[in-house]
Design a protein around this ligand. Sequence first.
Ligand SMILES: Nc1nc2c(ncn2[C@@H]2O[C@H](COP(=O)(O)OP(=O)(O)O)[C@@H](O)[C@H]2O)c(=O)[nH]1
Ligand SMILES: [Mg+2]
Length: 373
Amino acid sequence: MTSAKTYRAGTLKEALAQVRRDLGGDAVILNTREVRRRRLFGLGPREQVEVTASDRSPAPSSLLVSAGIPVSAASDSLRSQFGDQLGQLHAIVTDLSRMGRIDHLLPDLPTALVPTYSTLLEAEVPEALCRRLVRFVAEQLEPDEVHRPEAIRAALREAVEECVQIAPPIAAVAGTRRVVALIGPTGVGKTTTVAKLAADFKLSKGLRPGLVTVDTYRIAAVEQLRTYAEIIDIPLAVANAPGDMRRAIDELGDVDLVLIDTAGRSPRDEVKIRELADFLAAAQPDEIHLVLSAVAGERSLRAAVERFSVARADRLILTKLDEADGLGGVLAVLGQANRPVSYLTTGQAVPDDIEAANRSRLARLILGHEVVG
Ligand SMILES: Nc1nc2c(ncn2[C@@H]2O[C@H](COP(=O)(O)OP(=O)(O)O)[C@@H](O)[C@H]2O)c(=O)[nH]1
Ligand SMILES: [Mg+2]
C-alpha cells in the first residue's frame, strides 16, 4: 500500500532532493505548499516549503478515500447498485483526477508541471523565476496538453524566449567607422572575443577592423591582443590613459570597425571601473558590450552587472557556453540587466567559436533542449 510522506526544507529544491534521496527517482509529488514557521527570539516567520510525496502513483480510489468513503464498502455497494456503470464512472473519475491535478496543488505549481519545475531548479534557475516560468506554461497549455511532454517543452521555450532580448550583430559597414567596446570582469573572455569578432569581420565580411586596447595593468594582456592582431593582420593601438584614447583610435587609420578591448585588475575595484568609464567617455563608442561568463554563478553575474552599470553597456555577450553546467543564473541576470544579448561564444577557438545571438537558440540552450556545438 502506498503511503504519503511529508518533507520540509528551506527551498523547494532541497525538499525535492530529500524526496529523491528517500523515495527514489520515481517518487510522485502529491502536493507542495509554502509553510511559515515562527522562529524563536522574535526573528519573525521563516518560509519553508513542504512537499508531500509517495513512492508510486496514487490509485484512483484515493479520491474516494479523500472524499471520506471507505473504498471497499463504496465499491461493493456501488457495484451492486450500478453494475457496469461503475466501470464508466471509474474511467470518468480517473480522467477528472488527471485533469484535476492542475488545481489540486498550489495554484502556481500544477502537479503535472512539478518535473518541469525541478528541471528548471536543476538548471540553477532561481525559485522566483521558476515559478513565473511554470505559471506562464500553465497558462499557455490547454488542459489536455498538460500531460504531453512536447507541449510542455514548447510552452517552456516560449516562456524563456519572453525573458530574453536579442540585439542585432555589430552594425559595421564599409566606409564608415563604427566604434565598439567590450567591457567586463577579468577572465571572462573579452580579449578572445575581440579577436574572434575582428577575424570574422575581416575574413567573412571583408571589412577593415582595427584594435585598441586600454589594458594598462598587465603588459601580458597587451601582448595577447598584439599576437592576435599580427595573425589576423590588422592594426593595433594602445591607449594608456583616457586622454590618450582619441589619438589611439585615430592611429588605426582608415578602418570600418574599431574594437576596443578593456581590462582591469578586478571587477571589485571601483576606482578602476570609474577609470574605465572615463576611457569609454573619451572613445564615445557606438556600442558597448558587457561580457559575462556563463560559467559564473548567479551571484557573481549579478555583482558584475551591478559593478559595470557605471559604464552603461547597451548589450551583453555571453561567453563560455560550452563550459556552463546550467544557464539558469544567466537567465535570471538577463532580466536584471535588461539588455539584449548580441553574441554567444562557445569555445576557445579563434575565430570559430562565436555566433550572433538568436532567441530560440538561446532559449533552447538555457533549457538544455539543445547543446553547444
Ligand atoms: N571554454 C571557453 N573558453 C573561453 C571562451 N572564451 C574565452 N575563453 C578562455 O577564457 C580565458 C580568458 O580569456 P581572455 O580573453 O583572456 O579573458 P579577458 O580577461 O576577459 O580578456 C582564455 O583561456 C580563453 O581561451 C569560450 O567561449 N569558451
Ligand atoms: Mg583581456
